[in-house]
Design a protein around this ligand. Structure first.
Ligand SMILES: Cc1ncc(COP(=O)(O)O)c(C=O)c1O
Length: 407
């Protein structure tokens, strides 16, 4: 096990003072902070190796290409896939849109069912709605129970509709729920569906192996897993990626171009039109190596400990209603709550005045919030540098909300 207090020393931003108080950063679900090794890796790339990839008939071009491909290999190893199955994109949102448009537009027909869930981030719902609108397919949603779990009976019922595609989030960004993705994927495959897993909130906190999950696509963003913004990953099963049309077209993704038609490069380049984010790839590689240095199993232990501590401490605050389950072993990354009688944004503003950064609002899960009968909630979200004292500062700061609002 690592010591999160030691880990904090690797994150320069955690030394900041906000409104005369040491920063308590509890918004890692929106984006994580970056360790110095990630910042250094990006800087070193720009200072020593910067050139465009694939095109350089010179040393720097070769170095940049090599660094980009090395990053791809490290991502592949990290998630148990093959290098050629790793497509670099901007973020999880772009990865999901890539699947929706490049796979969905060719594979879905009028009347087909796309099965996703009420728990999805908008990134794993809106692209499917849009592709459904264009193809005549229909989006069905698996219900969320009052305990914040996916209703497995409803899932089984909706699988009988023989969906062509099942899209599920591995860890909910608004409830912290860890979904039984492996079991759900198995059932979806038996029903004949292709399975997309949104791993944006899972990959920072636990070991992920795409082959163990048996999914067909897995997506995540670099910036939530200690890496830079602007780099994300689509992993797809090789044969499916090969069968798909490109999403974006132009330079870098072609084999040959004629006046009237073009042929495509092999995967993954087929899906990487234009100049890629090489520095981002170098950064995500550094982030993965940093995470591996701490150990993904240790990271999950720390995650469970912090979630458990936050559930216990916030559970003692009278005005707070916790959302989602109470069992930390089935949750990851965040604790979400409402403060009775005070709007989430007001709570967040008061917390910020005391140096405590949380997220408030619908967290890009409006359907989930509607299903829970609420309009907004507050999320405290964590990463490897979160310590018990952060939770204690949050609880103390919540006392100020009571002072201000008198409840
Ligand atoms: C579960 C989940 N999926 C997808 C996304 C989208 O990630 P990005 O904004 O990096 O594309 C997020 C971001 O918060 C998320 O929490």
């Amino acid at each position: 096990m690592f010591d999160p207090k030691q880990v904090r020393k690797d994150f320069p931003i955690l030394g900041r003072v906000i409104h005369d108080k040491p920063l308590v950063y509890l918004d890692s679900g929106a984006t994580s902070q970056k360790p110095k090794v990630v910042l250094d890796a990006e800087r070193e790339y720009y200072e020593q190796h910067n050139a465009n990839v694939h095109r350089g008939a010179h040393t720097l071009g070769d170095e940049a290409t090599q660094m980009y491909q090395d990053a791809r290999s490290v991502v592949a190893r990290f998630i148990g896939g093959q290098s050629q199955e790793v497509v670099f994109v901007r973020n999880a949102t772009e990865a999901l849109n890539l699947v929706a448009y490049a796979w969905g537009l060719d594979s879905l027909r009028a009347g087909d069912v796309i099965l996703t869930t009420e728990m999805e981030h908008h990134a794993n719902l809106v692209p499917w709605q849009e592709v459904a609108r264009r193809t005549g397919a229909k989006v069905e949603l698996v219900k969320v129970s009052a305990q914040g779990l996916l209703d497995q009976e409803d899932y089984k019922r909706k699988l009988k509709l023989k969906p062509k595609l099942v899209a599920i989030v591995q860890v909910s960004n608004a409830l912290g729920t860890i979904n039984p993705v492996f079991e759900m994927t198995r059932m979806a495959h038996k029903a004949g569906a292709v399975v997309v897993v949104d791993g944006a909130q899972a990959i920072p906190h636990m070991s992920v192996n795409v082959n163990d999950l048996e999914c067909d696509f897995y997506v995540f963003s670099g910036h939530k897993m200690l890496g830079p913004m602007g780099i994300g990953v689509l992993w797809g099963r090789g044969n499916i990626l090969e069968s798909m049309s490109p999403f974006l077209t132009g330079g870098g993704m072609i084999n040959e171009v004629y006046a009237d038609h073009s042929t495509w490069a092999q995967v993954p380049e087929k899906f990487e039109a234009g100049t890629p984010n090489v520095a981002g790839a170098v950064g995500i590689k550094a982030a993965i190596e940093y995470l591996e240095g701490l150990g993904m199993d240790n990271i999950r232990k720390h995650d469970e400990d912090i979630v458990g501590y936050a559930l216990a401490k916030l559970g003692e605050v009278e005005q707070i209603t916790l959302l989602g389950g109470r069992d930390a072993s089935k949750r990851s990354g965040s604790v979400n709550f409402i403060y009775e009688g005070v709007h989430a944004h007001d709570v967040a503003t008061i917390l910020d005045s005391l140096g405590v950064a949380v997220r408030s609002g619908h967290h890009c899960t409006m359907v989930l919030h509607n299903a829970l009968g609420i309009t907004a909630s507050i999320r405290a979200s964590f990463n490897v540098y979160t310590i018990h004292e952060d939770i204690e500062r949050l609880v103390v700061a919540l006392g100020k909300v009571k002072q201000v609002f008198g409840r």
